[in-house]
Each structure stands twice: as C-alpha cells, then as structure tokens.
Design a protein around this ligand. Structure first.
Ligand code: TEU
Length: 584
C-alpha cells in the first residue's frame, strides 16, 4: 500500500443516527449500517467515516462523549462495531472513526472528577476560571471573558460546587479539554491507539484546530473578544452583537502544530501506511492547511476547509444569509487547488451533517433541475485534485427539508438560535427562514432508501421526520437506473480509481471569470481531462474556451444533463468531461 493511497480514494460519511434503523426505535444504529453495507459496496467507495457512535448523553447527537471506548446502547454494541470493521475490511473498505477530543461530555468521568473540587487531580484537565472581579458569581456579566458559544449563549458556565466557570466553545454539556496539560494529551493518544489496535483505519478529527487556545501565560486574564466585529476567516457561528468575537483567541493557537506533531509521533508514526487522518479545521487558511498537510511535517493527511461553506454568510455571520455566487466559489476552490498543488492535499466536500443539502444550496432543487444539478455538482467536486467526501444521501440528490415551524427542528444549534434571536426581538419569520436554509437538520433527516412510509429507514417512528420527497428520491429507484444521480456518482468514483489523471493530475482553472460555467483541466503526462459544467439554470456558452474546436471533437469520458443545444452551448446544469492525449 502506498503512503498516499488516499489520493485515489473516495470517503463516504455515515451519520449513524439517520442512516438505517435495525431495531425499530426510530434511531439509526450499527445493525442498520451492517444491513445496508451493500449500498456502499455498490457505490464503490473506499472509506467510511462514521460520525460518533460512542457513549453519549446525546446533547449534540454524540459529539458530546462520555466514554471514548464504548458504543452507546442506542447505536448497538462494541461487538457490532467489530463486526462492521471486519465486514468493511472484507469488502475492501476502511472505517474511519470520528475523534472528538477538543471537548468531552460534562458526564464524562474526567469532567465529573474535575468539577468535584479545586484540588481534584483532574482539575487542570479542563478550562476553569474564576468569575470576573467585582461581579456577582453566576450573574450575567460575571463570566471570565465575553466569549460566546457556537450554540448561542456565553462560552462559560458557572459551577456552584467550586464557584468557578468552565469553558465550552459549544454547548454547556461539552466542556473544553485543556490540551496544555500533558496528561490529557497522553490519555487521548492512548485511546486513539486502542482504536487503531482494534482495527479502525484512522480518524476524522472534530474541530482539531481548536485544541490549542491563547497562550496560558495570559491566564487568568484571558483576552476579551471584539464586540460587533467578526473575524472574516471564522465560521461566523458566534453572535458578536452580544458576545465578543471568540474565534481569534481559540482557533489555530500557538501550540497547535506542536500538538499535532506529537500526536503523529505517538500514535501514527510507527504504524504502516493505510491509515487516514483528516482534520476538521474551521477558520484555517490555505497557508495553515499547507502546514497541516505537508507530509514532511508529520501532522495530518488532509483538512476540511470552511471557506466555501461560508460564502453565503454575511457580515453578521452564519445566520445572516446572503446569496452565494459562483465566481466566489471558483476563486475559493481555485486558491485552495493552487495553494496545495505542490505540498499538502485537499479534502473536497459539498456537505456533511453540519451543512444544508448540497443540491439545495449550490444546485437547483426544483423538480426540473434537481437531478442534473446534483450530477453537475458531483462532477465538479470529484474531478478536483483532492480526496472527495460524499455525505450520505448526496449520492441520491437528497434535498433540504420543508420545515414549517420551529417545532420541526431537533438540532440544539437551531433551537437555541431561535430562542436567543427572538427573545431579543428579531423577527421570528426571518430567523426561521435562515434556519430553514442553513439548519443542520436538513442533512440529518433519515436516509431515503425506498418509497415506503418511513423511506425504509425504520419500522418505528423516526427521531426526525423523513423528507416527503422520499417517494421520488430514494435508493431503490436509483440503484438500477443507469441515468440516476447514484450511478453518476458511481461512475465518478470509478474514474478516480481507474484514471491516474484524476488522482494525480495538475489542476488548471479555465474561464475563471465566467459566472455560469465551472471549467478546468487536469493533466498528467500526455493525458488531459477537460471538465466543463454549467452551474446555472440557464443555458451557457462555452465557445470561448481555448481550443474549443479540438475539444468538441475529443473523446467523451462522462456527460450529464445533455441538452439539444449545438456545439459549445451547454444546457442548464449540463456537465461534460472530455479527454485528449498527446501533447496539446
Ligand atoms: O463542528 C464544528 C464546526 O465548526 C461547525 O461545523 C459547527 O458545528 C457548525 O458550524 C455550527 O454552526 C463539529 C461537528 O461536526 C459538529 O457536529 C459538532 O456539533 C461540533 O463540532 C461540536 O463537536
């Protein structure tokens, strides 16, 4: 196995809660994944990234872990996870676990111990700080700093037992671990090794660039965040009209590279090739990414950028929705392709369990254009240089959910946001509109297996309603249809496996200023692929592309959304992939 085997691999993300339910309790589980493994085999993917299945109080659907070395009974048993690993391996697929170590659950024994007294041997495992001097402890404004949580409210919660506050960049049930403490790091390394010894093939590391925060020398006087401002590189999840802009103090901290290199040394360096590490890095620039993913530095194989998922956020942040523009998308992706061309590697994704559905956001989910736009988006993504990630359901072209009221939402981020914004007087309809468009529950509605009442997801009542369009959009209708979105994905995945130009070729953007067309070439030795995709719902003229006549006569590798338009006029959401060989 090559060290960089993942350059020709495609990863599929399973969000277990919403994938398949085997026991009828309405929540997806490991038994369900085992039953549906054939779907992943048919798609041809190489790696499954499993969102958390560990023991958890489920405040944030498993991203709040109370035992890193066990499976939550809601999802099944450790024995089933072993079976999944074995069956995936037998089918030639790898299993990558979600590693959530920026924080634990407040019900994790480490935190229970830590909060028990100021003398606890684990006190320093978390971020404890005294109230702001001159303020009534526990009262509004007595928080050690003005930092905000990504899920609304302050980033500090008062704990009466000891009279101190603890830091939580996410929910109060997700206290941040203190990575400055070497015991914390050693314990995390030991836990990771335990999983690798058990057979897992690597980790997707949750908010891994948050583990190093501002220098400890600044403590206890941690810096305040700017009110009303927003670091444009941040994900804009903190409401800076009320809280300080927290991002600059907690992201990409001074010891981050040191911590990642230490982790690599302790956990991965002595193991053979075949493992995968991918960091979730909100607010990382392409320059940061180059450092994270330079193989000579021994940190990570690849990281997720957030720049493209931030393009429809206005100055007010995530919920200040502005229209996204194709030109911005091309500039963003183009910059990342260029920045990681010689050193490092990209992860490529449209969506995941935190983002709305790709086809509703970057495509056109109207009945007329849904399928063609899902295919065009897939074509563009998969043929970039980098490792593509397919989020469950995107291979079917699943769409956003038609939420009516706030009661249709389950996600704590959306529920808290609605409460916080409306209680200070924001128009509830406007708040809801933003949640409908960007709420994380869009991606979390049950996987659409077939046209039956609960979409084949469960025999019980699903924890989150199935999308009513499952009668049309479902796996059963697509797997055997050669023209389906599913089979288009299958062909793209096969192309990456079969044609080295997809995995290794140089990327060059073409027609960078065209505001409907996304055009690029990939070149390796004497082989060049040209990808031309109309990412708009109107016809588009590509005749200005260099060598247009020669390309018109070239071999067609893949096409979708073909219209009757002649020559280089592409129909709405039409995509073509062409090949020429020999010196061009
Ligand atoms: O997400 C962290 C993150 O930066 C965002 O995607 C965030 O969840 C979202 O933008 C909030 O607006 C990771 C996980 O993927 C997410 O599911 C968890 O909720 C979060 O960390 C905390 O563990």
């Amino acid at each position: 196995m090559q060290r960089d085997w993942w350059k020709s691999a495609v990863v599929y993300q399973v969000y277990p809660r919403s994938f398949a339910d085997s026991d009828g309790d309405g929540v997806g589980d490991l038994g369900g994944i085992l039953e549906r493994l054939d779907h992943l085999v048919a798609l041809g993917i190489d790696v499954v990234w499993l969102s958390p299945v560990y023991r958890s109080p489920m405040d944030d659907n498993g991203y709040d872990i109370s035992d890193y070395q066990d499976v939550d009974p809601l999802f099944g048993t450790l024995a089933q996870l072993d079976e999944l690993i074995a069956r995936a391996h037998a089918a030639g697929m790898k299993i990558v676990m979600d590693l959530v170590v920026n924080h634990t659950s407040d019900e994790h024994p480490w935190f229970v111990e830590s909060r028990s007294s100021t003398d606890s041997p684990k006190r320093d495992w978390y971020w404890w700080r005294p109230p702001r001097p001159g303020h009534e402890p526990g009262a509004k404004g007595a928080e050690p700093t003005n930092w905000g949580s990504a899920f609304s409210g302050p980033a500090w919660t008062y704990d009466e037992t000891t009279g101190d506050y603890y830091l939580h960049l996410f929910s109060p049930k997700q206290p941040d671990l203190n990575w400055e403490n070497p015991e914390v790091r050693a314990e995390v390394h030991r836990m990771m090794s335990w999983w690798l010894d058990r057979g897992v093939d690597g980790f997707r590391m949750d908010v891994i660039n948050l583990i190093s925060k501002v220098t400890v020398e600044a403590a206890p006087g941690l810096p305040e965040g700017a009110i009303g401002g927003r670091d444009p590189r941040g994900a804009g999840v903190i409401d800076t009209s009320e809280y300080g802009d927290t991002h600059p103090h907690v992201v990409n901290g001074p010891r981050l590279h040191e911590f990642l290199q230490e982790m690599h040394r302790e956990v991965f360096a002595h193991r053979g090739p075949g493992l995968l590490t991918v960091g979730e890095t909100p607010g990382a620039s392409v320059e940061d990414a180059r450092l994270f993913t330079d193989p000579d530095r021994g940190e990570l194989d690849m990281v997720f950028t957030f720049e493209h998922v931030d393009l429809d956020s206005g100055p007010g942040g995530k919920w200040d929705v502005v229209p996204y523009r194709l030109l911005d998308l091309k500039r963003t992706f183009g910059r990342w392709q260029e920045g990681l061309a010689d050193v490092g590697w990209n992860s490529l994704y449209w969506g995941n369990h935190d983002q709305p559905r790709a086809v509703s956001r970057y495509g056109d989910d109207s009945p007329e254009h849904r399928e063609a736009s899902a295919k065009a988006l897939a074509t563009v993504l998969h043929l970039h240089r980098g490792t593509p990630y397919v989020y469950q359901g995107d291979e079917l072209g699943m769409t956003n959910y038609p939420f009516r009221t706030i009661d249709d939402f389950e996600d704590l981020e959306s529920v808290n946001r609605f409460r916080a914004a409306t209680s200070r007087g924001d128009d509830p309809d406007e708040v809801l509109d933003a949640l409908r468009y960007k709420g994380r529950d869009n991606a979390r509605t049950p996987m659409q297996w077939d046209a039956s009442p609960q979409a084949g997801f469960t025999t019980g009542t699903p924890w989150l309603a199935v999308n009513p369009n499952h009668t049309e959009i479902n796996a059963a209708a697509q797997v055997d249809d050669p023209e389906s979105v599913f089979n288009h994905h299958r062909r793209l995945i096969a192309l990456r496996h079969d044609d080295p130009v997809v995995a290794h070729g140089r990327f060059t953007m073409v027609l960078p200023d065209h505001d409907q067309l996304y055009v690029f070439t990939r070149t390796l030795d004497d082989s060049t692929l040209l990808v031309v995709a109309n990412l708009s719902s109107l016809p588009a003229d590509a005749s200005e592309l260099p060598d247009a006549a020669a390309w018109l006569a070239a071999e067609t590798v893949l096409e979708s959304g073909r219209s009757d338009s002649p020559g280089w006029v592409l129909g709405p959401w039409e995509a073509r992939v062409l090949r020429r060989t020999g010196g061009l």
